[in-house]
Design a protein around this ligand. Structure first.
Ligand SMILES: Nc1ncnc2c1ncn2[C@@H]1O[C@H](COP(=O)(O)OP(=O)(O)OP(=O)(O)O)[C@@H](O)[C@H]1O
Ligand SMILES: [Mg+2]
Length: 241
């Protein structure tokens, strides 16, 4: 019913199977999904971004807010092990992030940015690339969750709809919903959203936030946003200055 693997997916799989630069040897021993920053210093060259930064992120909704350039995206990259603190340490379930193999870490983390990249191919392919072991029913499930099912039902190609180069045949809201669906199909216990709802309309933003609230009990979700209206007041908020 759907197009099977295309050269684009084969190429992405090749890239994903490549050895990523080794940061540590340990496999992540996942327990509760607790991320802890302990007295973390971080600088880009001479420019210090974090100084004795302490924070805890646990299961549920965690927000990071703050002005441009205060280090929000840097914190995400530190969690992913892409950047390393110059002092202090970051742990995931008490395991030092710098000792964890990058590939193992990536298996547990999904990220959505504000302008997610979609490759030329179908909606189906652009979602399943988040988890190549997923089944058709999983793709359908995440599409329902992000409320893409009506769009899919209402166009004659359905899941085979060609999104075009960089997703140009879609609106920015549809692209972001696909990006969120791609992140969710991975079923990872950590979900990081770096201004994922920045350039989309109010209705789509509401749908995406509703989706995130539905899954909040299952994952450690960290949301970076400049839109204070979308913050759920019962959640954990870190304000960077
Ligand atoms: N690779 C880099 N090299 C040098 N400086 C950098 C680098 N990446 C970010 N910076 C600087 O570090 C500071 C923090 O950047 P970061 O991207 O974490 O900010 P942010 O809080 O996410 O900001 P925004 O709200 O604009 O996205 C900024 O002043 C930025 O210019
Ligand atoms: Mg940022």
């Amino acid at each position: 019913m759907y197009k099977s693997a295309t050269p684009a997916i084969d190429r992405i799989k090749e890239i994903m199977d490549m050895e990523i630069e080794k940061t540590g040897d340990e496999k992540l021993n996942f327990k509760n999904g607790a991320i802890v920053f302990e007295d973390v210093d971080f600088s880009y060259g001479e420019k210090q971004i974090l100084k004795k930064f302490n924070a805890k992120f646990g299961k549920g909704l965690n927000y990071i807010v703050g002005d441009n350039g205060t280090g929000k995206s840097t914190i995400m990259q530190l969690i992913c092990g892409i950047l390393t603190p110059s002092k202090g340490k970051i742990t995931i379930d008490e395991q030092d992030v710098s000792k964890i193999q990058q590939k193992s870490l990536f298996n547990y983390i999904s990220i959505v940015f504000s302008n997610s990249y979609l490759f030329k191919g179908s909606i189906y392919e652009n979602i399943i690339v988040g988890n190549l072991k997923a089944e058709k029913s999983d793709v359908e499930g995440v599409c329902k969750l992000v409320e893409l099912d009506t769009f899919i039902k209402n166009n004659e190609d359905g899941y085979d709809y060609d999104v075009g180069e960089a997703g140009q045949f879609l609106s920015s809201g549809e692209r972001q919903k696909i990006a969120l669906a791609r992140a969710l199909i991975k079923k990872s216990p950590f979900l990081l959203l770096d201004e994922a709802t920045k350039s989309i309309d109010e209705d789509t933003r509401k749908i995406m936030n509703k989706t995130i609230e539905k899954i909040q009990n299952k994952k450690t979700i960290i949301i970076i946003t400049h839109n204070l209206k979308e913050i759920n007041s019962n959640s954990h908020i870190i304000n960077l200055t």
